[in-house]
Design a protein around this ligand. Sequence first.
Ligand code: ZN
Length: 410
Amino acid sequence: MSDNKTLQVNGRSYPWMKQPVVVVCVDGCEQEYINQAIQAGVTPFLKKLAAQGTVLTGDCVVPSFTNPNNLSIVTGAPPSVHGICGNYFLDREANQEVMMNDAKYLRAGTLFEAFSNAGAKVAVITAKDKLRSLLGHKMRGGICFSAEKADQATLEQNGVENLLELVGMPLPSVYSAELSEFVFAAGVKLLETQRPDIMYLSTTDYIQHKYAPGTPGANAFYAMMDHYLTQLDALGAVIGLTADHGMNAKTDSAGKPNVIYLQDVLDAKVGNGKTRVILPITDPYVVHHGALGSYATVYLNEGADLASVTRQVNAIPGIELVLTRTEAAARFELPEDRIGDLVVVSERLTVIGTSASRHDLSELKLPLRSHGGISEQRVPLMFNRHLAAIPSDHRLRNFDVFFLAMNAAA
Ligand SMILES: [Zn+2]
């Protein structure tokens, strides 16, 4: 490779790396988790980044959900470019809610596709399997697997096999801190044994949905993470750490969830069947958030008036923002054809549901913590290298993380 080789991906220019680049996406990592873990003295590696690396804050994509942000991070672009703006959208022709976790919905190539086709060795490890096929789409060779299905990984399908043996951990439960630990432990093993040029580690927010910053359960998770980051650092990797979104309590003083059942409200005020509320946070793994987040999109059926529905939604206590499709697409850089007539964002302590009867909160054993809104937009951007000064007028995004890490490794 020549020294000044660069690759163009989705309109941005990335330099070829001279050292392995490891980008970690810590799911649901509100900055306060890291701050509190540092204060508690359990994360010496993260602590020293302030002096020996670079600690910044960036904005994630709204809706502040997992898939849109993971795809933004690996394409270096907003959802208006890559097309993934939630887990669900409404297919108006079929009048059906369609899951968007299939690669056929992806409208842009990933950095992994571009770099693996240019000869780089790429390794992608996700906690949950739902992200694996999107992130590994069109990757040439390399390694791509989820901790959730680590026992089923084959050389042919995933570029690696006998993972439980290699990592030295049993297959973790999909609802556990170990699911994320497996991602880190496997990352360290792969860096040791195969030394990929680019590695992406994406965890799950099981812990962040359960535990507030600074609590023993949260600090133990960050201490675990710190231990593996220390090893990745010692192996010579340039590390960039960010989050897909933040996380906040969504409860009142007694720990009861603050929920706006938007479909119920609109059925009562606008009329049954006049509107359809879609919650793009809905996914097959709802136990820890009951499919409740701070973002919804509303489709209007015949006979519903945009201005009057907007007024009705704006009048609900706990609503932060109501935008038309065009306004939302412009402000949040979303694909217009995959959002409703209105986009609704609730305030920090409030979530949006459809109808009360459609949310089973009986599995919520702890006070609800969730995300999706503008209140979860600020996320950490941390590096184990000193970065060149970033222009003060550049709005830092979590999806700048590869660009910044690769420039530090070039
Ligand atoms: Zn997430």
